[in-house]
Write a protein that binds this ligand. Structure first.
Ligand code: AMP
Length: 372
């Protein structure tokens, strides 16, 4: 899930498809439990927003039921000053029936109040209201809301049937209004020795970005013999990945140090699926996102050659021993390479030929960056 733009506004992921599913299921079960054993209720969905909720709700409802949809429409009465609200769509005789109104969201409650009053005059046996979302801070009516899926703060939401100016109803998740992203963030990706660090140095100057290399941060900590450094050293010396929790917390701290950055180049992070998910969640929280993963693609034989060459001058113990280098590739292939699919699934993967002169490769990256 990433940030979406509808018309002029940006929305960030707020409630996942899975969470919605379990809320809907919980509501359907609770409504069922409260009904007399053989009661056949009529569920009345309030259009347009509730169509997805109603569809999922009735499939979770175990037992017989009827379903109907209504819409509250204003129409001009006979005198020009009259503005009458009319309920369109209900044709059933509701006398003596249990009617349960299904709402996607209740905020001030004004619309619901009108609908509620209309139904109350139809000699029903029982009238109840079930809503997926509820905004307690703005609700101003006296009527009872019998079932609430989730109470949320008074922020505009879209998705799962809810729209902003017509758009957004088809998303499976709920999104919340957000500020426009201020940053342009990229993940510079590729196996060890692909040239990520070298390219990052050029890109950060060209685009005024902050470069975070997790490998560099670890090495800095090792050099300064910090607690983090001591912890990371035993993994790095072997060419193993440092545990996710340590790395993720460190990365977040680095981002927080540069809160006003125009964007970040993440180099050497994320390296595992859970790092990628943590990064997405962390940026989303800030109304920001990864704009693209730019991957430097270089054949492995060439990489080993490059690393051994670099090892002659870099002072990096993990660059001098071919066994350790092979282990880093193994870590890359088993844990990191899958991130290509992760970003590809979001249409954010950009593969670049990483063989050529440094300048050529910078130009290839810049060409992609400019389109993000
Ligand atoms: P690098 O400088 O990116 O080649 O990283 C050197 C070493 O630092 C790796 O082999 C790991 O031991 C450790 N490291 C750097 N970034 C990460 C990360 N995102 N997750 C786990 N370990 C990392």
């Amino acid at each position: 899930m990433s940030i979406i733009k509808l018309h002029d506004l940006y929305f960030k992921p707020f409630i996942s498809e899975n969470e919605i599913k379990s809320i809907v299921k919980y509501l359907a079960q609770k409504v069922k439990r409260d009904l007399p054993k053989d009661e056949v209720p009529i569920f009345v969905g309030i259009l347009n927003g509730c169509f997805l909720f109603a569809a999922d709700f009735i499939r979770e409802f175990e037992g017989n039921c009827e379903v109907s949809f209504v819409k509250l429409a204003s129409y001009q009465g006979t005198s020009s000053t009259e503005n009458v609200k009319q309920l369109v769509g209900i044709n059933e005789d509701l006398t003596g029936r249990t009617v349960i109104i299904l709402e996607d969201i209740i905020d001030t409650g004004t619309t619901l109040q009108e609908i509620y009053n209309i139904f109350r005059n139809k000699n029903v046996k029982q009238l109840k209201v079930a809503t997926l979302f509820f905004k307690p801070d703005v609700f101003r009516k006296e009527l009872p809301i019998n079932y609430i899926g989730k109470s949320i703060s008074d922020k505009f939401i879209v998705g799962y049937g809810l729209d902003y100016n017509g758009l957004g109803r088809n998303y499976s998740e709920i999104y919340q209004l957000s500020t426009p992203p201020k940053m342009k963030n990229i993940v510079l990706f590729g196996p060890p020795g692909a040239g990520k660090g070298t390219q990052a140095e050029f890109l950060k100057e060209m685009y005024n970005l902050v470069h975070i290399s997790t490998g560099d941060v670890f090495r800095f900590n090792i050099k300064n013999e910090t607690e983090l450094g001591l912890l990371a050293k035993k993994y790095m010396d072997e060419g193993d990945l440092v545990p996710d929790e340590v790395t993720i917390n460190m990365l977040k701290a680095e981002v927080e140090k540069n809160a006003n950055a125009k964007g970040f180049i993440f180099d050497g992070f994320p390296r595992t699926q859970s790092q990628a998910e943590a990064l997405d969640a962390f940026l989303t929280e800030k109304g920001e996102q990864i704009n693209g993963m730019i991957a430097l693609e270089v054949p492995e034989d060439l990489l080993v050659e490059r690393l051994l060459e670099r090892g002659k001058t870099s002072g990096r113990t993990d660059d001098t021993d071919e066994g350790k280098i092979r282990n880093r590739f193994n870590e890359y292939n088993t844990k990191t390479a899958v991130l290509k699919d992760y970003f590809d699934a979001q249409n954010k993967y950009y593969g670049i030929n990483g063989v050529g002169s440094i300048k050529e490769i910078t130009q290839r990256i810049a060409k992609v960056f400019d389109t993000l």
